[in-house]
Design a protein around this ligand. Sequence first.
Ligand code: B12
Ligand code: SF4
Ligand code: SF4
Length: 373
Amino acid sequence: MSSPDSHLEPGLTEEHARTLAQEAGFTEAGLVALPHVEEARDSERFDQWVEAGRAGTMRYLSRQNDQGQRVRARVGVPFPWARSAIVCLASYHSAQPRSTEPADRSAGWIARYAWSSRVHPDGVRRPSDYHKVLLKRLKEMNSRLHEQYGEFESRAYVDTGPVVERALATAAGLGWTAKNTCLIHPKIGSYAFLGVLLTSLAAQEAKALTLPDRCGSCRRCLDACPTNALFAPYQMDATKCISYLTIEHRGSISADLMQGMGRQVFGCDICQDVCPWNRKAPISADDELEARAELVNPVLEGLALLDERAFAEKFNGSPVRRAGFLGLRRNIAIAMGNSGERQFAARLRAWAVAADEGLRSAAAWALEKLEEK
Ligand code: B12
Ligand code: SF4
Ligand code: SF4
């Protein structure tokens, strides 16, 4: 437990937080005192988003505590002791092609963020999951802070904690929340993961200014989104987002959305691939997040051949496992339908009688689409 005395200054400085983060392997970091100045605005935006039903079946986002407060809307609700957040950013940009570049129609697309791998001490390259990679770094930073400051409260989160990471990253001056709803760092772009270390330590310097929005009059992401999930600037209906449909959503998908999904089999990069701020973004030097070349434009037939065991072996330790074996198969069936390649008809016929409803309905739709040709 923390003692009140442990909260006395000197407190954290932004420079110290950045140094610690970079020594732990992060590309960039910022510090923000909590509650931050835009908390009321952000919490209102979050509430409106959830109340409009944009979160779909991701019920954890709308969870309320016994007092009826929405847990994620304000950091102070689950963590009343939190006085500062160190927000860290790890670039995963790689030199590989983008999803918007021409590719063979018989290939699918797995989102860039899920390509990560690293070489283990035994010399073998294995998939890596950013959640684990970043969490280990945050914990290392936490230990170093404890050596320096003694007892205090803290929590480290990457993705799965009850915090809106992009809102905290914006408040910490790491970038702006863009029209595609991603956090864009002016130098690093948006192919970057976020991780947050909450502490009960005071932040010595209050954040002076957040960065301005630099989207200007651009609308490329909105125009490129194939399912209209970005229905207005800064507004996303997650229930239409290909990332949600391919990763989070279980079961059948409506026909109009399947059409828009194209050949994305896991996640979606389109609204980031068209963004000018990613054009000149530096390639990441992070050796724990290196791209696995075999996941770039993967051949659909190769993915379709994976049985449950081969799926587990190929994606063990990778974010792709989250889609589940049958979820990925359903997505492959949709991509086959959208490919226009009749060579997939035989496989789709077999899947069209599968026991799993999501796979069965996707395969039937895909078959019909191929036969329309
Ligand atoms: C749920 C979730 C999703 C959902 C919903 C996405 C969404 N836009 O809300 C789905 C499954 C669709 C998804 C997709 C992706 N995700 Co996601 N996801 C999350 C998660 C777990 C929660 C996000 C959340 O709370 N959404 C609710 C909305 C309201 O929050 P928000 O979008 O962050 O909104 C804030 C701002 O947009 C702002 N805001 C709202 N309205 C307005 C209006 C104006 C005018 C302005 C200026 C700002 C503004 O205030 C909001 C609240 O404070 C976070 C991790 C976390 N714990 O935060 C990762 C996270 C956001 N995802 C991430 C990633 C990498 C992705 C994908 C790129 C993966 C992929 N390639 O498929 C896509 C990107 C799609 C996109 N264009 O956003 C990263 C984003 C990194 C970054 N640089 O932005 C995060 C931070 C995970 C991480 N730890 O790195 N994701
Ligand atoms: S990730 Fe794809 S589907 Fe989702 S908002 Fe961006 S372009 Fe649209
Ligand atoms: S594509 Fe244009 S509007 Fe969309 S996020 Fe990038 S700069 Fe902003």
